[in-house]
Design a binder for this molecule. Structure first.
Ligand code: 48F
Length: 260
């Protein structure tokens, strides 16, 4: 058949607009499509919640693609294995308690499963600020990443959400803005961002799950962002903690949404 260029354009613009409109007022907005954010989105969507991720890079997947130092394999410990099973990611046992998986399969599968479960992912969209009213976050301020990169003076758009997951990993971009612009006292020991500590895989992995929690009213941290917020160690290319953190934050927020 003859293809009509304008019909192709209409199809893209209409369907994107529809997807975006459905994300303007949602239960959970997630900043960052790394393994923690995407796993959280999968479980929240599976639980029937309206959830969208805003990811500033073109490719969702965060730090998972590159495995360790670009050796594109990841390690998952015993505790995280059941999340690999949930996603159907292929893995093998390297030695007792150490499982390895292809990082490209892992990142792409989690991404695909999250979308198929009903989550929406908006790539190349950076979260630059939050909506802050009555002493709490009630939404996100977003803009195209290329606008930010080019330093263009273009005003952003906004998303309303009941809960926000800060899953931007090491840089903790959203919590930093929240702290700086609103003076919100965080639920950390010091009331402020404590900053990540040097590497300790055992402690870092445990803490990543334990410190996955509410850090300010209606704002939860997950993944490496939890360690960075609460002053806990980094853990390197072992990913069980990220997957378990994503699952945990989904369950904590699901409980809150059911009780609201
Ligand atoms: O860094 P990232 O993969 O975070 P994570 O899910 O997983 C951490 C691991 O990859 C690894 C590790 C495990 O051993 O330590 O680092 O906690 O994914 C964070 C995502 O957030 C995006 C960023 O591009 C990345 O894909 N991001 C960062 N800032 C923003 C953002 C922002 N302002 N707006 C939107 N996305």
């Amino acid at each position: 058949m003859d293809l009509d260029e304008i019909q192709i354009t209409r199809a893209i613009v209409d369907s994107y607009t529809q997807k975006f409109k459905e994300s303007l007022d949602i239960d959970v907005a997630i900043a960052g499509a790394g393994p923690a954010g995407m796993t959280a989105a999968y479980y929240l969507a599976k639980d029937g919640h309206r959830v969208s991720i805003f990811e500033k890079k073109l490719s969702p997947g965060g730090g998972m693609w590159g495995g360790g130092m670009l050796f594109n394999q990841i390690v998952v410990q015993e505790e995280g294995k059941e999340v690999l099973d949930e996603f159907g990611i292929t893995y093998s046992q390297y030695s007792p308690g150490y499982y390895v998986a292809d990082s490209v399969e892992a990142a792409s599968t989690i991404c695909s499963k999250a979308i198929k479960a009903g989550a929406k992912i908006f790539n190349s969209v950076a979260v630059e600020d939050v909506i802050f009213k009555e002493n709490r976050v009630s939404g996100l301020v977003i803009n195209w990443t290329p606008v930010e990169m080019a330093g263009l003076h273009v005003d952003p758009l906004t998303i309303r959400c009941s809960y926000l997951i800060e899953a931007t990993g090491h840089p903790l971009e959203i919590l930093s803005v929240l702290e700086k612009k609103t003076g919100t006292k965080l639920y950390t020991e010091t009331g402020s961002i404590m900053g990540e500590r040097s590497m300790d895989a055992t402690q870092g992995e445990q803490d990543c799950v334990e410190f996955t929690r509410e850090v300010a009213p209606h704002v939860f941290v997950a993944g490496m962002a939890a360690n960075a917020a609460f002053g806990r160690p980094r853990m390197g290319p072992i990913f069980g903690g990220m997957l378990l953190s994503g699952r945990r934050v989904a369950s904590l927020i699901s409980e809150r949404l059911r009780g609201k």
